[in-house]
Design a protein around this ligand. Sequence first.
Ligand SMILES: *Cc1c(COP(=O)(O)O)cnc(C)c1O
Length: 463
Amino acid sequence: MRYQSTRGTAPILGFRDVTLTGLASDGGLYVPETWPQFSRDDIAAMADLSYVETAVRVMLPFVGEDLTEDELRALCTQAYGRFSHAAVTPLVQLDHRHFLLELFHGPTLAFKDVALQLLGLLFEKFLAGSAEPLTIVGATSGDTGSAAIDAVAGRHGVDIFMLHPKGRVSDVQRRQMTTVLAPNVHNIALEGASFDDAQALVKAMFNDAGFAGRFRLSAVNSINWARLMAQIVYYFYAAVRLGAPERKVAFAVPTGNFGDVFAGYAAARMGLPVERLIVATNVNDILHRALSSGDYSAGTVTPTAAPSMDIQVSSNFERLLFDAGGRDGGALAAQMRGFEASRAMRLTNAQQTNAAEIFASDRIDAGEMAQAMLWASQSGETIDPHTAIGLAAARRAEVQGPVVTLATAHPAKFRDAVERATGLRPALPARLADLFDREERYDTLPGSFDAVTAYIAERAQPR
Ligand SMILES: *Cc1c(COP(=O)(O)O)cnc(C)c1O
């Protein structure tokens, strides 16, 4: 399997290199040159497979020559062995049509663990025997940070620098990052910054040849292809349990950076019969506007109770625009340059028409989110604000078959918001019960390129 950049001019890479790289050198994102195809028989044969075996089937075509099937199986067994549910990502039924796919049974209680536990092991595998240390730079709206830190804390030859917008992540989210005291973990709170600002800083570091050239930089944000690859698995796993390939299943996905739902798009392109992918946004609704009217224009970010979706510029949307727009790297590069200059663009007719074949979208406000939490509680389920946004969109969508809402975080991660909406205060799982007694360590920096790069340059190991 080979990977190409969405902007057409960066070198073609294999799986190992695409995993260790972040942004492509032309500013684009890596995508597979072709989508592996799964026939109806291939999908039917997944009916009795465990999560790990499903993962091996789904991911094997993507790893090419860089891992054997047994190596991939060993990594998946180790990564998903850390999940606290035997099904890894269990389905929970709410009524005759609605299901939750619980993706939060990993170590840091959000779906980011599904991909990052594997990515941490892939880094270790691909770096074994290499003398060059890896410098991971990431921006987080809350959940990627803790999941990435958990995946690499204490690992030899890796430093991680994680930027979060100060005061804009929940206390549980912050403490899950800042109480990891391993010396290779560096948490940075950016003063006066939004997640978009933090993400833009990270992209600028990758694009700055002077800075990027001094370190072996790598990304853990969903600009990293391996993350999306690992997320394709649970779409197959859930759909098969609900009757695929005989029955089509719809998925509602609370969306920020368009990574999770792009994995669903990839699953559909690989042959999984998906009735619809419902993109659910909060009031930061650029993706809803883009998919419903072709208007991709960034406003300012409004902080909400679902901070992991407080995003206006969705990195992975570029991957959809590339694939749905006919895979023309030159044209997409021009379109994205226009967006970067004016923070606004229109989708082409082809992009809009092709996206509309599979995507629906909705924008959910605070009241609708709270209502969805209450509705789920009638089935005995306490859900977090992100999941509630997905569920609200799922209930309003016009679909025929079963609808699976991706439950992206454990409710305890956002217990203040859950308590406000439902009166119930979810308890932290036992392994995090002492989170608020642990020592915290992080530095606060102004959100400027110079301040952040100087901080990293002082602490990272040069190549
Ligand atoms: C990251 C995150 C999202 C958004 O996922 P994207 O892949 O960025 O679209 C939604 N919910 C939770 C809880 C998250 O952590």
